[in-house]
Design a protein around this ligand. Structure first.
Ligand SMILES: [Mn+2]
Length: 333
């Protein structure tokens, strides 16, 4: 285990721009044995072979790590996720350039080694096709999962440009394979001009819930998240965040931007609220296509904060589980 903060221990904190590049300056390991006792582990999935438009998300994991913040107390939630629970950076999956099928297998294997230790995998993409190996790995341990999916697009087409393996098809493939429970699958942020009605008909037949940007505009993010929580209910859930759910004003560095999207404040709060209320078994943040370095890349910056909010919510959930457990214990005589 390498702790990038060690050299700065005498000062008490490490500057974000210096030292080994890990998410939020977390300790780094590639050894699954060192994940023992970790509540969550960060995994990079740097691949972008399966996009239908502008590429570049292979640079996403590094950019998200470089834009991530130092640990500290969340000023609204009142908790420092990294002090409250053990989180490590498990490095990148050993992807293979120009071989997306092999990269998917590498991602699934790396996520599986996190899942098998009981830690929650949080995967940094990569194009949205990586959600297929991510959820497969989670479902291998937990059975079919619920899904809360932030996106401008449904990603439930059977094919894109006649191709089955694509960043426009992962949710279709996962539902058809029985890895996602469609009645507990909620999409948030849909808008624009894709896909066609037949795809929505397929979704409707399976009981998938689509919450469009016009629903969010009319009912507000608080109500939308409340609805999502009610639909998902108890049981394992995966959270998948495509940064193109955000308006391009907040996340311009993405392959298929669509104006009229969510604000950063809406997405960040939603991530924390979902992680606080639901039984999260995995999450990913995808489609970050960086163009600048460090916090200069605002898309990587908001993606890094979305992960931070998910972990903050998870830490709060673990804290209240612990309180409940203690309350259930018989009082000492
Ligand atoms: Mn997507």
């Amino acid at each position: 285990m390498l702790d990038p903060r060690t050299r700065w221990a005498h000062i008490g904190e490490k500057p974000d721009y210096a030292g080994l590049l890990t998410f939020c300056g977390l300790p780094y390991t590639e050894d699954p044995a060192e994940l023992a006792g970790a509540a969550a582990a960060i995994v990079g999935a740097p691949m972008d072979e399966l996009v239908s438009d502008r590429p570049g998300t292979r640079h996403g994991p590094r950019a998200i790590r470089a834009a991530s913040a130092i640990p500290g107390p969340h000023l609204e939630a009142g908790i420092d996720a990294f002090a409250a629970m053990r989180v490590v950076d498990f490095g990148d999956a050993p992807v293979v350039p120009a071989d997306p099928a092999r990269s998917h297998r590498a991602i699934e294997q790396t996520v599986r080694s996190v899942v098998s230790t009981g830690a929650i995998p949080v995967i940094l993409g990569g194009d949205h096709s990586i959600t297929e190996p991510d959820i497969r790995a989670c479902a291998s341990a937990h059975g079919p999962v619920a899904l809360v999916h932030f996106d401008a697009h449904t990603d439930t087409a059977p094919e894109c440009f006649g191709v089955k393996l694509s960043h426009g098809t992962p949710m279709y493939r996962l539902v058809e394979a029985g890895e996602i429970e469609p009645s507990r699958y909620v999409q948030i942020g849909l808008r624009g001009y894709w896909p066609d009605q037949d795809v929505f008909d397929w979704q409707h037949e399976r009981g998938i819930t689509s919450l469009f940007m016009h629903d969010l505009r009319d009912r507000g993010i608080t109500q939308i998240v409340r609805e999502a929580i009610a639909i998902v209910g108890p049981g394992p859930v995966f959270i998948s965040i495509d940064v193109d759910a955000l308006d391009p004003a907040f996340a311009p560095g993405t392959g298929t931007p669509e104006p009229g999207g969510m604000t950063s404040a809406e997405l960040l709060w939603a991530c924390r609220a979902l992680a606080t209320e639901l039984h999260i078994v995995g999450a990913d943040v995808v489609e970050v296509s960086p163009t600048s370095v460090g916090t200069g890349d605002i898309t990587a910056l908001v993606a890094a904060r979305a992960v931070h909010e998910l972990l903050t919510g998870t830490a709060r959930a673990l804290q209240s589980d612990e309180r409940r457990r203690r309350a259930d214990e018989p009082r000492p005589a």
